[in-house]
Design a protein around this ligand. Structure first.
Ligand SMILES: NC(=O)c1ccc[n+]([C@@H]2O[C@H](COP(=O)([O-])OP(=O)(O)OC[C@H]3O[C@@H](n4cnc5c(N)ncnc54)[C@H](OP(=O)(O)O)[C@@H]3O)[C@@H](O)[C@H]2O)c1
Length: 270
């Protein structure tokens, strides 16, 4: 088992716990009895969730507001909760914080795209490498890195986002192979569309949204189900989890269809 059973003194870190998939991960991990450290920028939301989980699940929950796109803030977060003298053993890490930006890369703000790379890639990389040595020393631990079905093929109008998720997927799968014989797992979670604040933040809804960017409701998998499958992947030490049969098929076709055929289709219908 990669994610150990909940034990007093150990914690699971969840980034992006102030909404969507991360909030669900926190709720379900708390229900399994894990003490938690919640990370995101919106402290008020983290505080509200923490007090709900302390009451409902009787677990210990710490809140660490942090802009993960800011390198010095990230470094002090890591020094406090991962490598610092008062850090508790980390049984699990859910690298879930992230966002997308919809539209042609040449038209999107370069600074926002750089920020996306910092949150989706750099923060996930820093946190993963910060927790891994302790997990390997203890011979147990599970990391869940939230990628996306966007990881399996380049996505026109989501160029930088799909590239960040391809990084997450490739990094996680390679790392999993490196550590899996040492009691540690790195699971890449690849959801398709999930009804969260993601679409709003990415500019997929409302004024200015790219044409054809609305997703049919049948394609959605709930944040609850995505989180449940992600946690099951951590417990079982799986390399990769793609929630939903349709999305598994799409991911496979994205991986194996020649790019010369795929890209025009994705550009038109993606
Ligand atoms: N929803 C989808 O369709 C979908 C599909 C595939 C993959 N994903 C991935 O799933 C993950 C979770 O997204 P979601 O769908 O749950 O979206 P969401 O509801 O918008 O949640 C995103 C979370 O990331 C946090 N975050 C964003 N920027 C941050 C920053 N600079 N520093 C710290 N935290 C930050 C947000 O917290 P604050 O704003 O409070 O900082 C929030 O808690 C993301 O990695 C996303 O790429 C989503």
């Amino acid at each position: 088992m990669a994610l150990p059973d909940a034990r007093p003194g150990t914690v699971v870190l969840v980034t992006g716990a102030s909404s969507g998939i991360g909030e669900e991960l926190a709720r379900q991990l708390a229900a399994l009895g894990h003490d938690l450290v919640l990370i995101a920028r919106r402290a008020d939301r983290l505080d509200a969730l923490a007090s709900e989980l302390r009451d409902a699940a009787k677990v210990d929950v710490d809140v660490h507001p942090c802009d993960l796109g800011d390198a010095p803030s990230r470094a002090s977060l890591i020094a406090g909760i991962v490598t610092g003298p008062h850090a508790r053993p980390i049984a699990g890490l859910c690298n879930n914080a992230g966002f997308g930006l919809a539209g042609p890369a040449a038209r999107l703000d370069p600074a926002r795209q750089r920020q996306m790379i910092r949150v989706n890639v750099e923060a996930l990389h820093d946190l993963t490498l910060a927790v891994l040595p302790g997990m390997l020393d203890r011979g147990e631990g599970a990391i869940l890195n939230v990628a996306s079905v966007a990881a399996f093929q380049p996505l026109p109008n989501f160029a930088t986002y799909s590239a960040t998720k391809a990084f997450v997927q490739t990094f996680s799968e390679a790392l999993h192979a490196e550590v899996q014989d040492e009691g540690v797992s790195v699971t890449s979670l690849c959801p398709g569309p999930v009804p969260t604040e993601f679409g709003e933040v990415a500019g997929l809804r409302g004024e200015g949204a790219p044409a054809g960017s609305s997703v049919p409701s049948l394609a959605y998998v709930s944040a609850h189900d995505v989180a449940a499958q992600g946690i099951e992947g951590m417990v079982r030490g799986r390399r990769s989890v793609i929630p939903g049969a349709v999305h598994t098929a799409l991911a496979l076709s994205g991986r194996f269809t020649p790019r010369s055929l795929l890209l025009p289709l994705v550009k038109r219908f993606g």
